[in-house]
Design a protein around this ligand. Sequence first.
Ligand code: F6P
Length: 522
Amino acid sequence: MALKNTNPTKTQAWQNLTKHFNEIKGISIKELCKDVNRKEGFSIQLDDLLVDFSKNRITKETLDLLLQLAKEVDLKDAIEKQFTGAVINVTEGREVLHTALRSTKEDAILVNNKNIKPQIQTALRKIRSFSNKVINGKWKGFTGKSITDIVNIGIGGSDLGPDMIVESLQYYKNHLNTHFVSNIDGDHVSEIIKKLNPETTLFVIVSKTFTTQETITNAETIKDWFLKSATVFDIPKHFVAVSTNLNAVNNFGIDKANVFTMWNWVGGRFSLWSAVGLSISLSVGFDNYRELLNGAEEMDIHYRNTDFDKNIPVILALLSIWYNNFYEAETEAVLPYSQYLKKLPDYLQQAIMESNGKGVDRNGDKINYQTGTIVWGSTGTNMQHAFMQLVHQGTKLIPADFIGYKESLYGLTDHHKKLMANYYGQIDALAFGKTKEEVHLELKTAGEEDKIATLLPFKVFEGNRPSNAILFEKLTPKSLGKLIALYEHKIFTQGILWNIYSYDQFGVELGKELAKKLLDKQ
Ligand code: F6P
């Protein structure tokens, strides 16, 4: 049941891709886009989502060869193994089953010969009933008042996912104020505490291991602060925990009834679909949370069942490999044209870089080809006035994902028209640029002929900079779930193609160990 083990650079497809790359590396997106049928052949529609990848430096042959690579490493087999609960996180001896958390199908998924579906349903019911009680005011604090504020205490996957989703779904938010404390920097927790009333605040301590220094330190500080106004007997009304480590939770003083379990077969950075998403459900209500899961499930079904040439996560993963491993592009930009998605790049940095930042293959051998891409980004249009100069005219090739929505949520059509004009304007500017001739004519028409000799080279845009347009109808919990699952599957696909293990993260340990040693010495 283990994942197959294929060095991608030793495949026939890789040899063919290398040859093909040398033949077409200078290819022009502008020339390619003269084909009026290109958009149709290089885009995929999945219900409310349209992914247009026509503005890439690829031909039909490039795509065929990349698809051949996916076939040679037997991606299909790997996808089935992930969905059906094989122990594909080999180095940690674990299954990888975040997809099971959003599955509404009846089919059993076995872990240690036990179907995990019933426990997932029980956990969801507990999230629903708890969220309802807090939202409708029936859950009371130690002085009999209803809850007004939620504080999520966690870090990494126990913070970034819930924080990003709560921010992204602000439009759907209820009356509760939601706060996130993560950093060990005491100023972070102090600033949050300043805003809180202990009588009306609920603390959700989220830690898979319940040993993470930042989370436990922040939780202890908050507990001390709380106990200045209340007694230990009031803790059950104000502290709940999400963890796999029930003993540690118990030692912290949290009531058994207030523990939301999670499981080792869910990786931290893929855990917002489990009770780690409790603060999401509290913030937007359980029905919206379920919609988020439903959207993710739709993407799961698409990823698992669709032929690779029409499979969105697979195509985006292959394009990323094309630029990373052949064009030697080191980074990728994620550019959402929605202010709601401002935390998406941070979230994706953990998901992508903690997963695929690996230098050793599945044999344990040092890798001599490039793996994990560096991902970064910010929202449009703000970033157009910040870093886009470098993306347009700098010396680096930076493939970009433009994420957009056909409709805005508040319906300010004038704003939205302008926003989307910028979205398409940036994509076209990157792809097609502006030639010397065009600049020449432009200056001449403006009556600035005297400036042509000095200004012309600075105003030229080479273009030929690739991007994908990821366009949804509207930002809803469901479309957001679909978007996040898309990136999750892209990550896994790339890990398979690079022959690495995407679901461990030993690289974060050494720094932690050294910090601990330094602390012990003090
Ligand atoms: O930084 C490493 C890491 O293990 C992440 O993978 C994880 O999301 C984060 O720490 C938090 O871990 P925990 O939920 O166990 O506190």
